[in-house]
Ligand binder design. Structure first.
Ligand SMILES: [Zn+2]
Length: 177
């Protein structure tokens, strides 16, 4: 007596095909799980904070006292800090992942929507397999979660660039009046 065939079938039914440009699946040569390579400097003091493992969770901490939101994965804790107003934000097209260098805002937006949709579907598939106790790659799952956090962060940086451009355009208009 086993529910396994049904479980597998249910899982297959729920898997959704995400149409994505194959070239977009190359997220870059770096590993998103090597989180401490990409922790932004602190907004308050300008120094480089560190990733610490505290109470079974990872957290970015700066010696000036600022702390990011903790995460189960070091990569998630790093992105929590990077996207918070506590850290100095880089331009979206300097991020190490997703090949955003040289992309215009509309192209980068289109690419990140596609990449995020793809990653969300991969994450759902892993979560379903985890719940169904089917074999799946734990390291792959961690990497997908890290990439997804980076994609959401990249979308936030892109919005910041758009807002800055709008604000400067409005300042120009006001200046002419
Ligand atoms: Zn600091």
């Amino acid at each position: 007596m086993s529910a396994r065939p049904d479980t597998v079938r249910a899982s297959a039914v729920h898997d959704r095909y995400v149409d994505i440009d194959a070239a977009w699946l190359d997220f870059g040569p770096d590993d998103p799980l090597e989180a401490d390579r990409w922790v932004n400097d602190c907004m308050a003091c300008g120094k480089a904070p560190t990733l610490a493992f505290v109470d079974l969770r990872w957290q970015v901490r700066c010696e000036c006292g600022q702390c990011g939101t903790p995460g189960q994965l070091a990569a998630i804790a790093a992105v929590n800090w990077n996207k918070s107003p506590l850290s100095l934000h880089p331009a979206y097209d300097t991020l190490p992942f997703f090949g955003l260098q040289g992309l215009s805002i509309p192209r980068a937006r289109e690419k990140l929507i596609g990449v995020r949709e793809y990653l969300e579907e991969q994450k759902r598939r892993c979560e379903r397999r985890l719940r169904a106790r089917e074999p799946f790659g734990h390291r792959y799952f961690q990497r997908i979660r890290a990439y997804l956090a980076w994609a959401i962060y990249a979308q936030g940086l892109l919005r910041e660039t758009e807002h800055a451009i709008l604000a400067s355009a409005q300042a120009d208009v006001t200046g002419r009046c």
